[in-house]
Design a protein around this ligand. Structure first.
Ligand SMILES: O=C(O)CCC(=O)C(=O)O
Ligand SMILES: [Fe+2]
Length: 420
């Protein structure tokens, strides 16, 4: 696999004394959440039994030709993407539709939002929305992740697909469809900035989806039928520099439940995104020169590709001493989609049957979002408007006694009807 080096002198990952204090058990295992469940991976050193050949840097892919008129050119790019998705699960995307100026403008809006007084930010709290959109404070993050210290590790704001917003959908709003997003009344230009960014990313994401279809040896529109009105979200994130004695990461080790994710990082901000390789080592994925996205495969595409493309575990630890802002864009299938893997007939099915094949994925999406929430949230339950009694999902297993979120985004048939 051709691996480009993001920084000439980027060291291969090796565990330092500090690193082993995050997400590990006795320095022998890395723990994480993936697929809505806890998992762990052995940490191995070179020469030890079980040491395997795995990535130690993130490849860079140039997307200037993503919409090239010649299909052969697009197929070559698809092959490059497939190599990265298969061997690493992460890649840097260079030459995206986002210019330096546009990225700076977007980050300026994030900085302005997070600088608002807490009272203003709380007015657009995530607990007031049906799908976990809106603002999550430092305190809520610490509480939801079971971190009892007064840490200010991360605050965030989520917006995403919303059929009731005329910026996204100009047609009639079907009955029963609820408003998803919530915005800070004190800062109207924040909505404008995130809407602009979201609108810019959507068509680019569709082009990437086409490359993945080509990479699977399919017609390039073959995955479109499960991404018609896709569940998408932008998560604006702010990580202050971590205290040196802080024992939790800014973002716990996890795999994304998206088809794929594209993260905008800013060069002037602190780095801290790290990617777990097969030997249990954290490979740094800092912002690199120019405007690139740091991208990864999520659980849905891993499933669709029958395990060929890897939904790789990652985390954020901001040891840079600088404020860090980042902006992931999550691109996921339709809530109505029931996902069947694309199987190579000569090999047959490689992976286990999962819950993605049992029911439309929208039905479990909010449960997954809440998979890290370890507390009861009465306000949130009131907002969800269902008859559930508790949200207590990880650990233990999230499937047994938790909530049925009734059509959390929209009627599962809506997206198909609207976009066909
Ligand atoms: O802040 C980042 O760079 C990544 C955040 C992330 O992994 C996520 O939001 O899923
Ligand atoms: Fe993530």
């Amino acid at each position: 696999m051709p691996i480009a080096t993001p920084q000439a002198d980027q060291p291969t990952s090796s565990l330092t004394a500090k690193e082993v204090s995050y997400d590990t058990v006795d320095g022998k295992w890395v723990t994480y959440r993936a697929g809505g469940k806890p998992g762990r991976r052995a940490i191995r050193q070179p020469g030890e039994p079980g040491w395997v050949d795995t990535f130690d840097r993130i490849p860079i892919i140039d997307f200037a030709n993503v919409d090239h008129p010649d299909i052969e050119v697009r197929k070559r790019l698809a092959q490059e993407l497939a190599d990265a998705a298969e061997n690493c699960g992460f890649w840097y995307a260079a030459n995206t539709p986002v210019s330096k100026e546009f990225a700076e403008q977007t980050f300026a809006a994030l900085e302005e939002f997070f600088a608002l007084p807490l009272g203003e930010k709380r007015k657009c709290s995530w607990v007031l929305t049906p799908g976990c959109r809106g603002y999550e404070s430092f305190e809520e993050v610490a509480e939801n992740e079971g971190n009892k210290s007064d840490s200010t590790l991360r605050e965030s704001f989520v917006m995403g697909d919303d059929l009731t917003d005329p910026v996204q959908w100009q047609g009639a709003v079907p009955e029963g469809v609820k408003t998803q997003n919530i915005w800070p009344a004190a800062l109207p230009r924040y909505k404008q900035a995130l809407d602009d960014y979201y609108s810019k990313l959507l068509p680019f994401a569709r082009s990437i989806l086409h490359l993945f279809a080509l990479a699977l040896g399919l017609d390039e529109t073959a995955l479109d039928n499960v991404h018609k009105f896709p569940m998408c979200a932008l998560r604006a994130l702010h990580y202050p520099p971590q205290e040196p004695d802080e024992s939790s990461p800014g973002f716990l080790a996890h795999a994304d439940f998206s088809s794929f994710t594209m993260v905008l990082q800013g060069e002037k901000y602190g780095s801290g995104l790290e990617v777990l390789n097969l030997n249990g080592h954290w490979v740094p994925a800092p912002a690199i020169a120019g405007t690139t996205f740091t991208c990864n495969v999520g659980d849905y595409l891993q499933h669709l590709s029958d395990g060929r493309f890897k939904s790789t575990v990652h985390r954020v630890v901001n040891r840079s001493g600088l404020e860090r802002y980042s902006l992931p864009f999550f691109y996921s299938p339709d809530p109505s989609a029931v996902l069947k893997p694309v199987v190579d007939p000569s090999k047959g099915r490689q992976t286990e049957v999962t819950e993605f094949e049992d029911a439309p994925i929208g039905e479990m999406f909010v449960r997954r979002l809440l998979a890290g929430v370890e507390i009861f949230i009465p306000d949130r339950l009131a907002a969800i408007d269902t008859d559930v009694e508790c949200i207590h999902t990880w650990p233990p297993s999230h499937n047994d006694d938790c909530l049925e979120v009734d059509a959390f985004v929209k009627d599962v048939n809506t997206s198909l009807a609207l976009s066909s």
